[in-house]
Write a protein that binds this ligand. Structure first.
Ligand code: SF4
Length: 276
């Protein structure tokens, strides 16, 4: 079910140096009182949908020096924790999570493609994280970002979902918003791949959430992103600065779009450099 969202970049650093990373890395950490205040404000804001999700992201959120406390704050406010990670530190933190949390591990192909994009040995760690989450019965999913170098790996990713009990597959297109020297695929090619993924996922009982990129951009409408220094972006992919903490979130949203139930044009936001 679609939900209002906030992508909370609690750190802006990571152990890897992925070819498709869209973040300018630094050494910033979001303080715990800012995490608490932004989450509280987000949950009190009159977004359009009844359910809201707080996504801990980064960099890699597990590198936050007070990760367990950050988790506790989010759990206390919203009942569960949702997180996006490269999986490397899951063995250290697996006992922090609960069954109704949602841990998304990024896997960008088979071992060869993933290690080419994310660095030698990183596939093994991501796969181990998924297996560990499965063993501990913690709800988990895979995020697969498709580019020219991994578009042949769709079946491998679906097989990995089955093998590791990942109930959801987020199948994204790589958007060349920075010059990362990674060849992207065209939008229409991605739609074709998604049709194939959708059929196989249905057969295997894997949930494939529909994508904002197909349906119309919801950046700054259903949600936003917050960086460790409190900067608000409309979305982590589009990166338009719309305000800064402690500004109230309701002051920075696109209210014309919200009131008229009108999405933004994705080819003017994150897909502005994508080939059609
Ligand atoms: S900027 Fe892109 S990823 Fe973000 S909400 Fe819009 S369409 Fe979706």
């Amino acid at each position: 079910m679609p939900q209002n969202f906030i992508d909370l970049h609690i750190v802006d650093f990571c152990q890897l140096n992925c070819k498709h990373c869209y973040l300018n890395k630094g050494n910033s950490v979001m303080p715990l009182d800012m995490i608490r205040a932004i989450c509280t404000d987000f949950l009190q804001t009159a977004f359009p949908l009844p359910q809201s999700t707080i996504i801990l992201s980064g960099g890699d959120p597990l590198l936050h020096p007070n990760f367990v406390k950050a988790c506790n704050i989010v759990r206390k406010l919203n009942g569960h924790v949702t997180m996006s990670t490269n999986g490397i530190l899951i063995p250290k933190y697996v006992h922090t999570f609960q069954k109704n949390d949602g841990i998304q591990v990024s896997v960008d192909g088979d071992r060869e493609a993933h290690d080419f994009i994310r660095g030698e040995g990183s596939y093994e760690k991501a796969a181990r994280a998924l297996k560990l989450l499965d063993e501990h019965k913690i709800r988990h999913s895979i995020a697969f970002t498709i580019n020219q170098m991994n578009k042949h790996c769709v079946d491998h990713i679906i097989d990995l979902c089955v093998e590791t009990g990942a109930s959801t597959l987020n199948c994204n297109i790589y958007q060349p918003i920075k010059d990362n020297a990674l060849p992207s695929i065209a939008f229409k090619g991605w739609i074709k791949i998604r049709e194939y993924v959708s059929k196989r996922a249905e057969k295997e009982g894997i949930y494939l959430p529909s994508s904002c990129i197909e349906k119309g951009c919801i950046a700054g409408i259903l949600g936003l992103s917050a960086l460790p220094d409190g900067t608000y972006w409309d979305c982590s992919r589009n990166q338009k600065i719309i305000g800064k903490y402690p500004q109230k979130i309701e002051k920075v949203l696109y209210w014309d779009n919200i009131n008229n139930e009108k999405p933004r044009n994705q080819f003017e936001t994150c897909c502005r450099k994508s080939k059609i």
